[in-house]
Write a protein that binds this ligand. Structure first.
Ligand code: NAP
Length: 707
């Protein structure tokens, strides 16, 4: 094994030189970034090729690496460093990384061209990946200023309210092992590490070898940034060796790739023995349905054609989400395929660096051969309507040496009796168009894929959309209802989004990733904690009803953010609500709803007398709990979880218990901003019998003493 210092990225330099002058100056061996060093594996390693020219550009080897030590390093160095950081700290780290990479993204495009990707394809991979870091960085605001978080609300478990339960989530003590597919070498890494890093656990990334040189280039930037703590990210370029032999119950393995590899890895003895969570994203025979209402005169028709062309040609169809099956009402088949074929003729294919090119090469000749093989299998029950398996005209490139393939539109006229289109994935610019009759058939055909990542229905008819979504939802991870209302802003059939779940049932792997907060939870351990409300409050730093309240000190509105303690409470003096209060509030607010104002209309209602407006009760509560003088409370920030529990009539006497429930750090947006935080207050308004009549959580912005 050769050790390289990451300050001298030897093979990185060679790459830029190579990409710039299109000549092999040297054939670098990729580095593995493990145990805090850049190390190249033994032997010659696996040759990696330029997808456009077929030339060898690098070698990848992991021979001789100690995979057990790699995981151990993540566990003893990366994990403790990350898990002790708070969510806001981890989020700011992701943001810093995203900004750092964004500034350095341009040279990465040059390397990305070598994978066959056009600039637009590379944008998805590179900037889409960086966008994911930004999205997860922003999610820090949804988490507490702690290293762990609550999961749902606490619940009382005893009549006397001295015993309760609360779920919490803590970062696992292991490592996230990401085994990725070749098609998005950067997005595939960043979309995953964004999530595990926010959760507080480190990652070992194993990109697919064929395009690992691009992942390696990005990891070199990440390492050079010094933003992540040691051990937070390691990279393996080449075979995974015996990595999986060393997993534990605290690790999480994520796999993206073919179903056959995924199933093999999922059944790995160590994964079974240790019950290691295994998240799988595999082949998916995604479909797009043309609604029965859509005809060529409607804008939805053009949207349908445009979406399909995009799906077939972006990234040369090498997208896990790409549309493989197109279902069209039988009577519109010919119009549809003719329009689609015409649109496909406008796709210029060739050297992705040429600005005229819209579709580049597949990732390599091996991949092209695989696609050709799969298409031949599909042809057992289909025929080619557009494109050729053997010929493709390209510009600025050699169509034989480079991994170019023409888009291929296939026709299958018997989708209910042919299994091939629903079981065979050709991972390239290949889709099959098929007829259907009636909504039920569309739903049944979509389900024949036995689980997909996403499905789209193009329709302007809400009834059809509802029928399709509710009928087909069990078999898809995401469903896009595409029409003229949303087409302009639509992110498209094929785009997984950081805040939406990406994954799908059945054939698609049964996995789930991203999805905003949901994704983070995959890397955390949920534990149900039981105890007294006061004990749970001191553990979680979130005040629980019936926990101890501290009333002895000064009014909490007179305290700065740092001085406030969870549980600080003010118990107010009382006020008796009068008929005049209710009438005056109706006049002031213009809310003359009969239950507040009309004595004669109450028969058959829930009320005996005109009832005070809920918002009056809250306003009156504020009048009782507010400390009026100028102080650290800067403003009222909002209201959450408000409930009116019991009618308040004229003659009811109300009092309020206002308790400091939670403190949330707030970052300064501008240097000149006053230092401050958000405080959540639990407001309990009760009547003379002691019953709560209203509860709410109000939020105030509170100044900090220090900057
Ligand atoms: P693949 O051949 O299954 O490889 C996927 C990953 O598994 C690669 O990193 C590969 O490494 C690794 N691998 C293979 N054998 C392994 C083993 N014994 N131990 C550990 N790792 C092993 O898939 P691919 O050709 O890269 O990707 C194409 C497929 O991925 C398509 O079928 C596509 O549908 C699917 N895909 C799915 C999604 C999704 O989100 N659902 C996304 C993208 C792609 P090497 O490269 O070193 O062999």
């Amino acid at each position: 094994m050769a050790h390289q210092s990451f300050q001298v990225p030897v093979c990185h330099k060679s790459f830029y030189t190579f990409a710039g002058i299109q000549t092999i100056v040297s054939m670098p061996k990729l580095g593995n970034y493990i145990t805090g060093e850049w190390i190249t594996g033994d032997g010659e390693g696996q040759a990696l090729y330029n997808a456009v020219t077929g030339e060898t550009i690098a070698h990848a080897s992991t021979k001789g690496l100690d995979f057990k030590a790699i995981l151990a390093y993540a566990r003893y160095a990366g994990n403790p460093a990350l898990r002790k950081m708070t969510f806001p700290e981890r989020g700011r780290m992701l943001r810093a990384l995203a900004l750092y990479l964004k500034e350095r993204v341009e040279p990465l495009y040059r390397i990305s061209y070598l994978t066959g990707a056009t600039r637009a394809d590379s944008w998805i991979d590179l900037e889409g990946g960086i966008g994911n870091l930004f999205s997860y960085a922003s999610l820090r605001r949804k988490f507490p200023n702690e290293s762990f978080c609550l999961d749902g609300d606490g619940m009382s478990l005893g009549k006397a309210n001295t015993f309760m339960g609360q779920h919490i989530l803590v970062p696992k003590e292991g490592v996230a092992i990401h085994i990725n597919a070749f098609n998005f070498p950067v997005w595939g890494m960043l979309e995953k590490i964004a999530v595990n890093l926010l959760a507080g656990i480190p990652a070992v990334v194993k990109p697919a070898s064929v395009t690992s040189y691009l992942t390696e280039a990005v990891v070199r930037e990440i390492v050079a940034s010094g933003i992540l703590p040691p051990g937070a990210l390691q990279l393996i370029c080449g075979s995974a060796g015996d990595l999986l032999d060393h997993v534990t119950d605290q690790d999480v393995v994520t796999f993206t790739g073919s179903a056959s590899t995924g199933q093999q890895l999922k059944a790995h003895p160590a994964i079974l023995r240790e019950n290691t969570p295994f998240n799988m994203e595999a082949d998916s025979l995604n479909c797009l349905i043309l609604g029965e209402d859509v005809d060529p005169s409607m804008p939805e028709w053009d949207i349908f054609i445009k979406e399909l062309r995009k799906e077939m040609t972006v990234k040369a169809g090498q997208k896990c989400t790409a549309v493989r099956r197109i279902f069209v009402p039988a009577a519109k088949m010919e119009d549809a395929w003719k329009a689609l074929a015409k649109a496909l003729t406008q796709t210029t294919i060739g050297n992705p660096e040429n600005e005229k090119v819209r579709m580049g090469a597949l990732a390599g000749n091996v991949q092209r051969e695989e696609v050709r093989g799969q298409v031949k299998r599909l042809l057992a029950s289909s025929q080619i309507l557009y494109g050729s398996l053997d010929n493709v005209s390209v510009i600025d490139a050699d169509s034989v040496k480079g991994a170019f393939l023409s888009p291929l539109l296939l026709l299958n006229e018997k989708p209910f009796t042919s299994e091939e289109p629903h079981t065979i994935e050709a991972f390239g610019p290949v889709s099959t168009i098929m007829p259907y009759n009636g909504a039920n058939e569309a739903i049944e055909l979509s389900k024949k894929g036995k689980g997909s990542l996403c499905s789209t229905i193009v329709t302007a008819d809400p009834r059809q959309a509802r029928e399709y979504v509710l009928g087909a939802a069990t078999h898809h991870g995401r469903i896009l209802i595409l029409n003229n209302e949303c087409a302009k802003e639509s992110t498209g059939h094929g785009s997984p989004l950081p805040l939406l779940v990406h994954g799908g049932p059945g054939r698609a792997g049964g996995g789930e990733e991203m999805g905003g907060l949901r994704g983070v939870k995959h890397y955390m351990q949920r534990v149900a904690v039981q105890g007294s409300p006061s004990m749970i409050t001191s553990l979680t730093h979130s005040w629980q009803p019936h926990a101890r309240q501290h009333t002895e000190d000064k009014h909490p509105f007179r305290k700065y953010f740092e001085e406030l303690q969870i549980g600080d409470t003010v118990i107010t003096h009382k006020r008796t609500v009068t008929e005049a209060d209710i009438t005056n509030f109706a006049n002031l607010s213009w809310d003359h709803f009969y239950a507040h104002t009309d004595h004669t209309s109450l028969e058959g209602t829930l009320f005996e007398k005109p009832v005070a407006h809920g918002y009056f009760v809250l306003s009156a509560a504020a009048g009782l709990f507010v400390d009026a003088g100028k102080g650290p409370v800067m403003l009222n920030y909002g209201l959450e979880e408000c409930r009116f529990l019991k009618p308040v009539y004229a003659g009811t006497t109300i009092g309020v218990r206002l308790t400091c429930k939670e403190k949330i750090e707030q970052e300064k947006r501008e240097e000149t901003d006053l230092p401050r935080g958000i405080v959540k207050w639990y407001v309990d308004v009760y009547d003379q019998t002691g019953d709560s009549v209203a509860i709410a959580t109000i939020l105030t912005m509170v100044q900090k003493k220090s900057s």
